[in-house]
Ligand binder design. Structure first.
Ligand SMILES: [Zn+2]
Length: 415
């Protein structure tokens, strides 16, 4: 790989070093760097340990100036079952015997927070740990023509490689398989596609229909969809995850499809689609404040069901404990992934309890203020990394109703 990063320093501080996340290096021998330079000057002195690549800059980078980092490297992809050794966890990045998945596959400069420094959290056993700034991407890919490629943007064929461009994206992902079947649908100027393996036509179509409906609904409720494509990709593994204009959906869930809307094929499809607003447009610190995107995406499922078939809303609320595998006591919405206490308590809290908070909030302040707030929150924080404080500050611009009891019920930290 030959990668160029043009980095503008919007941190407000003079930077003396750079920190990049290099997730492929979590697998020993998985990332082999052959060149590293800044503005053409080779960097010989760097540390690369686990997912962290760090080096001093040849010259300080003043605020609102730019530099260019060039990196040459080769990746050795892990087999999908080969766990990330740091937390003994299977990752989407890697390959199976019929699929290659490139997610968090390139080095990227992590966010810099004035006063705090570089934001690169440790991986954890569940949840996400990476935080992404918005960036423009150009990816030139050479592939076998017999392989079907799903990616975070339209493909521009011609020449030796296929060119993909993405504006203001958080994470450019690629999935390729010679076995992919594809169905697509147009929603306004957005092309929604569902990639699935043979013999999964029915869930593959259900994922397409739900994702397309969700794009239409959330565009209306929250604000415009940010890209021209959305790829829903059946993973040859049991995990779902959102990236820019692309999400993975779990093979295990496709296997359970029952032909109705009352199942996880549909609920997860609309949840992952909602991440194109809450993750892609409005990012957040996924490790320290996972509720910010997960509660909104869980609640987006509820909004989907109330729109397409209100009789399913009560099913949806009741289904949650079964869905996450237990009914453990719930704690605070605003825990970090590290405080989650296991996958089930973690999702019960940040997803389900977060959705209950949003339901109570909506009931308390009324639909008009609730949806005006969500639109404004998306609009004000679009392209940025929101915090819980941003959430409540913007909320209070839309309501004077007292919600202190709700905050005391759901949140460990007062707002
Ligand atoms: Zn989610």
């Amino acid at each position: 790989m030959d990668q160029t990063i043009v980095y503008p320093n919007h941190s407000g501080e003079t930077l003396n070093n750079l920190v990049l996340a290099v997730v492929p290096n979590m697998w020993p021998g998985g990332f082999n760097m052959s060149g590293l330079s800044v503005d053409g000057a080779p960097i010989a002195d760097y540390t690369l340990s686990g997912q962290r690549l760090e080096f001093a800059l040849p010259a300080p980078l003043a605020p609102e100036t730019m530099l260019t980092v060039s990196i040459q490297y080769a990746l050795i992809l892990p087999f999908a079952e080969q766990r990330d050794p740091s937390v003994e966890r299977p990752r989407i990045y890697g390959f199976t015997d019929r699929q290659i998945n490139l997610a968090n596959w390139y080095p990227f400069i992590v966010p810099y927070e004035a006063g705090t420094g570089w934001v690169l959290h440790d991986p954890w056993y569940y949840g996400e740990h990476l935080v992404y700034e918005a960036a423009d991407y150009e990816v030139n890919l050479v592939t076998d023509p017999n392989v079907v490629v799903a990616a975070s943007s339209f493909a521009d064929y011609g020449g030796e490689s296929t060119r993909y461009t993405l504006t203001a994206g958080r994470a450019f992902a690629i999935s390729a398989s010679p076995e992919f079947q594809v169905v697509s649908k147009q929603v306004g100027d957005v092309t929604v596609s569902s990639y699935y393996f043979p013999f999964y036509e029915n869930p593959g179509q259900a994922v397409l229909d739900a994702s397309a409906q969700a794009v239409e609904l959330y565009s209306r409720l929250y604000g415009p969809y940010p890209h021209k494509t959305l790829a829903a990709v059946m993973g040859d593994f049991n995990d779902g995850m959102e990236y820019s204009a692309l999400y993975f959906h779990s093979r295990g869930i496709y296997n359970l499809y029952n032909g109705t809307l009352q199942n996880l094929v549909v609920a997860v499809a609309v949840h992952e689609t909602a991440h194109q607003w809450w993750f892609e447009q409005v990012a957040n610190d996924q490790a320290l404040e996972p509720w910010l995107d997960e509660a909104l995406c869980a609640y987006s499922e509820r909004l989907y069901y109330e729109t397409v078939d209100p009789s399913l809303v009560s099913w949806w609320w009741e289904y949650w404990p079964g869905r996450v595998g237990g009914t453990e006591a719930l704690g605070w919405v605003d825990i970090s992934v590290y405080e989650g206490g296991g996958f089930t308590p973690y999702t019960n809290t940040t997803y389900l309890l977060g959705a209950r908070f949003l339901e109570d909030l909506r009931t308390r302040i009324g639909d008009e203020a609730f949806f005006a707030f969500l639109q404004d929150y998306r609009s004000q924080m679009n392209g940025g990394i929101a915090t819980s404080n941003d959430f409540f500050t913007i909320l209070r611009q839309h309501t004077n109703v007292d919600i202190s009891d709700l905050i005391a019920t759901y949140f460990a930290t007062p707002h």
